[in-house]
Design a protein. Structure first.
Length: 370
């Protein structure tokens, strides 16, 4: 088979990538944006974002022969199931089903093997490789980069996983798209913790996705009410985007909403090992059990439902200080007594904040967005 544009596109689609675009390879487009973002410490504790910068800046550092970037997308815009009510928390769409690193990664591995079978040398990855996927997607015309930093297919969707394969054959590139945000700033305004310092600039240290998935420790007090009911990630800046008004069904069975809503009391009460077993093969394992319990306790405190007091008290017995600290905050938010002391400095800081009146009691009621 000749490694033509049509042949490569057909091959990618045969391996489950319905959207395929191409870009000529040179230095990574707008790599300086990443450097400025890192210099501002907007990445928080995600130190890996600053690793292998030479490869992120130019994919030819890893393979000098590459000439073209194949940019691939898998959509995942399933509809969120109805709110079950009660003491439940929300999960970001990308984590409702199977872990996309596994799902998309396996498709990518098979695609790369098929390319090698055609005599096409290549390298690539999905998310964890030192590749600026959104920069290459924008260069290849696979969407444009929105003010929320997310890649958007105009009037279609931003709910998609991106992957990139660099190949050693020259393929006619696709033209980049123009900006389709215009004057719209719904995403910037809607962010529950005001994590955007401006268009296209996200300070992860204020972002719910960072705090509920990547970060250890407890988020600043000033941010916690903004968490609302989110227990893993956040979709607000995409939910309000006009381009996501009617995204097509992705027909991806592995990404069906199995975990769109989680019972907060169950998350808190479950033994850590059992919780991790329950979420095997999903992104929900990323923050570990103590991270999920921390998130559940913050959501519990925001709901203002005093029926959750027993769960918060149970969490005071957890061996991890992060869980106990979140339990103190939740109890204070629910108007319940807090312990007098704790061996952990982190938990004692939470107790001090409560005693200083820095933790207001939550108002009972539904909090959908934060």
């Amino acid at each position: 088979m000749t490694a033509s544009r049509a042949a490569l596109a057909d091959l990618a689609r045969a391996h489950g990538f319905k959207t395929v675009r191409f870009a000529a390879v040179g230095p990574t487009p707008r790599a300086e944006v990443l450097h400025a973002w890192l210099a501002a410490n907007h990445h928080g504790d995600m130190r890996w974002m600053g690793e292998q910068l030479d490869v992120r800046d130019d994919p030819r550092v890893r393979m000098p022969e590459v000439l073209t970037a194949m940019v691939l997308a898998v959509e995942h815009a399933h509809v969120r199931p109805p709110d079950p009510g009660g003491r439940t928390g929300m999960v970001a769409r990308y984590a409702w089903g199977r872990d996309y690193h596994n799902l998309v990664g396996k498709r990518l591995d098979k695609l790369r093997a098929s390319l090698r079978g055609m005599g096409v040398r290549n390298w690539g990855g999905v998310d964890t490789a030192p590749i600026l996927e959104r920069a290459w997607a924008a260069e290849a015309g696979l969407g444009f980069n929105g003010k929320n930093g997310v890649q958007i297919l105009p009037a279609r969707t931003s709910w998609m996983f991106l992957a990139v394969v660099f190949v050693d054959v020259a393929i006619e590139p696709d033209p980049p798209l123009r900006d389709h945000c215009g004057k719209c700033e719904r995403c910037l305004v809607a962010c529950p913790t005001q994590a955007f310092t401006g268009p296209h600039v996200l300070d992860a240290r204020r972002c719910l996705a960072y705090w509920t998935i990547e970060a250890q420790g407890l988020p600043p007090l000033a941010l916690r009410e903004g968490f609302g009911r989110w227990v893993f990630g956040c979709d607000v800046c995409q939910e309000v985007c006009p381009h996501n008004a009617a995204p097509p069904d992705p027909e991806e069975a592995d990404l069906m909403p199995r975990h769109a809503w989680l019972d907060l009391d169950e998350l808190i009460a479950a033994p850590d090992e059992a919780l991790m077993t329950r979420f095997t093969g999903t992104p929900l394992r990323r923050p570990k059990a103590h991270g999920l319990k921390r998130n559940a306790l913050i959501a519990l405190g925001n709901l203002g439902d005093d029926g959750g007091v027993d769960s918060a008290r149970l969490a005071l017995e957890h061996p991890h200080e992060m869980v106990r600290g979140a339990a103190v905050w939740a109890l204070a938010r629910l108007g319940a007594p807090v312990p007098n002391d704790d061996p952990s400095e982190l938990v004692r800081a939470e107790l001090a904040a409560v005693h200083k009146g820095a933790v207001p009691t939550a108002s009972p009621g539904r909090t959908d967005r934060g």
